[in-house]
Design a protein around this ligand. Structure first.
Ligand SMILES: [Fe+2]
Length: 264
């Protein structure tokens, strides 16, 4: 008989968050990963990390170490969550694929990050339209070990969950896109990358730091007025000087949402 009670981290692995439809929740069957899966992870890891040691933000680089990512194997979420939980209380929870926006925001508000667990095939090394574990766990989860970013993302989830009108939802989607997915940060005298779409993609990262991208100072107003397209390289991105700007932007978004002024 097992008398051990489950810890919050184990709960995160076996219980869907309150707001998440259980049909989207799954388990990571770690033993089912094939040799090809581990090899693909290793190839992508080595390829991106070699560049990110130079271009990646400190929050990403130290976060990847904290959560124990390495090139030798696909990450085991149980291990990732144990390390992450001790640091910031965040957990990556396995989901079957895209989930509805409001459910996604609800998970963030509970410090749980919905994560796909499939590994792309060898033929799709360069680009995959759907997120996979490389985009989600390599690209997103290291940032969740940074206390300021961790607080920002939870607050973002709570505020986005309150958004109701189409214009409010669009404003929050833009805030997410230009920070969590495609954000840039000034660090140690240079613009570096922290957004997961840049962390996990060679082409998007090169574009973001190259001559064809207009890198503008981040502000809530600038971001919510900026449209984006998902399937092409970005012409305009936004740069923060400090992650506290993200947290402050969320607070401002919340006040404006409640006052009915969070629109373009
Ligand atoms: Fe993403």
């Amino acid at each position: 008989m097992n008398l051990r009670t489950t810890s919050p981290i184990e709960d995160a692995l076996v219980t869907p968050p309150a707001g998440l439809d259980p049909k989207f929740f799954t388990r990571q069957e770690y033993a089912a990963y094939t040799e090809e899966n581990h090899e693909v992870w290793g190839i992508l890891f080595e390829q991106r990390m070699a560049e990110l040691e130079d271009t990646g933000s400190e929050a990403f680089l130290s976060g990847a170490e904290v959560i124990g990512l390495d090139a030798s194997r696909v990450p085991d979420l149980e291990d990732v969550n144990r390390r992450l939980g001790e640091r910031t209380g965040w957990a990556a929870i396995p989901v079957t694929g895209f989930i509805e926006a409001r459910q996604f925001f609800g998970c963030l508000a509970e410090r749980r990050f919905p994560t796909t667990i499939i590994v792309r095939s060898r033929e799709q090394l360069e680009y995959l339209q759907e997120p996979d574990i490389f985009h989600d766990v390599f690209g997103h989860v290291p940032l969740h070990a940074n206390p300021t970013f961790a607080d920002f993302l939870q607050t973002f989830g709570a505020v986005a969950y309150e958004a109701e009108s189409e214009a409010e939802i669009r404003a929050m989607a833009r805030l997410f896109w230009f920070t969590v997915e495609f954000g840039l940060v000034n660090e140690r005298g240079r613009t570096r990358i922290y957004g997961s779409g840049l962390i996990s993609s060679v082409g998007d990262a090169a574009n973001a730091l190259g001559p064809n991208c207009d890198r503008r100072p981040f502000s809530l107003d600038a971001v919510i007025r900026q449209d984006f397209e998902i399937d092409r390289l970005q012409d305009v991105l936004f740069v923060v000087d400090d992650f506290s700007q993200l947290f402050d932007a969320c607070r401002e978004a919340q006040e404006r949402l409640r006052a009915g002024t969070l629109t373009e």
